[in-house]
Design a protein around this ligand. Structure first.
Ligand SMILES: [Zn+2]
Length: 358
């Protein structure tokens, strides 16, 4: 783990402010639910809270980052700071039983034992019910932090026992600054990554650490060139692309492979930009600002209805992927539908003839 004090966390001032306030209370609530999209600092904030609560020389309600207690947490060997993650795709009853067993003993050395349940919506019904009992009978000195994207995916009885703390997507400019300063990207590249991350620093980092930018251009060029295919050729192309993406999907894990999910995000950003361009929206709102000129030109060949329908189709394909449908079939079907929707457009290759802004 890295040093993660409140002051190290990007944005989320409201969440931090709230937590610093409850820490100062005589009787601090024992359960919290951090909600927000992945990659906006929920887990980091949980660590910051654990550090601040146990720090031996806290400063203004924040951890010092260098005392024995802080070092233990940063070093990842603090027995009283536990992070529980889904095993496979679920948090199972055995994991909760193990937690409950540990809770029957007092914290080992820290003042507060902090238990973080990442993606708590992944608890199985049995696990959630067992955990509910734990929440109902709080033992002193234990702080529970659940993280989830959306509280609706949790048992209402769990939600009602937790203090809700919501985490907002980070502003594009904040992510841009951070990425260009810490990761050495040009401002222009950082801005593109930030726009596509939709306010998730975690996602922006994944993009920076993969060959995302190069591949993005390749897949944008493909979708931009799609309408030029005759129908018979579209079938072959759809099959080929789907097979290619399947390789990225099977590399497994979240975000590790450049697969269908990533490409669908990229395509959706493209069609949303086309819609904006068609509606003469400001190019500052484009997610793919580096292709502003191409977007304006290409949008002329579409009508608004077909663009909106294209965004809708991509949305639906994304839902199908989440539901673990056969990803190759989903992509193949989508490419065919997008191709069929594409109206006549000027017969030029958008990225070679067009003027990509320098
Ligand atoms: Zn400290």
């Amino acid at each position: 783990m890295v040093n993660m004090r409140f002051s190290d966390i990007l944005g989320q001032e409201k969440a931090q402010h709230f937590l610093r306030q409850v820490m100062a209370r005589e009787k601090m609530p024992h359960a919290y639910l951090f909600t927000g999209i992945p990659g906006v600092g929920k887990k980091s904030t949980a660590q910051a809270l654990a550090m601040a609560l146990n720090c031996l020389s806290p400063q203004d309600g924040d951890a010092c980052g260098s005392c024995a207690s802080c070092r233990k947490i940063v070093g990842g060997n603090a027995p009283d700071f536990q992070v529980i993650r889904p095993e496979g795709s679920k948090i199972g009853i055995d994991q909760i039983r193990e937690v409950n067993h540990g809770l029957s003993f007092a914290p080992l050395s820290a003042r507060y034992r902090v238990l973080v349940f990442c993606q708590s919506e992944a608890m199985t019904p049995e696990a959630a019910n067992a955990f509910l009992k734990t929440l109902e009978e709080p033992s002193l000195g234990n702080i529970f932090i659940l993280t989830a994207t959306e509280p609706l995916d949790l048992l209402p009885t769990i939600v009602s026992r937790c203090q809700r703390v919501s985490f907002q997507p980070l502003p594009r400019a904040v992510v841009t600054n951070w990425i260009s300063e810490k990761k050495g990207l040009s401002r222009k590249e950082a801005d593109i990554v930030a726009g596509l991350s939709e306010g998730s620093l975690g996602r922006a980092l994944e993009m920076v650490e993969s060959e995302f930018l190069e591949k993005r251009e390749e897949w944008l060029a493909r979708i931009a060139g799609l309408p030029a295919f005759p129908k018979t050729k579209a079938l072959g192309v759809a099959f080929k692309w789907a097979e290619e993406l399947k390789t990225g999907d099977t590399r497994g894990g979240q975000g590790s492979g450049f697969g269908s999910a990533v490409v669908l995000d990229i395509w959706k950003s493209w069609y949303r930009d086309l819609l904006l361009a068609k509606a003469e929206g400001s190019e500052h709102s484009f997610m793919n600002r580096d292709f502003s000129q191409n977007l304006k030109k290409i949008s002329k060949g579409f009508n608004i209805k077909n663009l909106a329908e294209s965004v809708f189709l991509i949305d639906r394909a994304q839902m199908d992927l989440v539901e673990n449908r056969n990803s190759a079939l989903v992509v193949e079907h989508l490419v065919l539908q997008l191709s069929a929707l594409a109206a006549r457009r000027p017969p030029l290759d958008p990225f070679t003839n067009g003027s990509r802004q320098a």
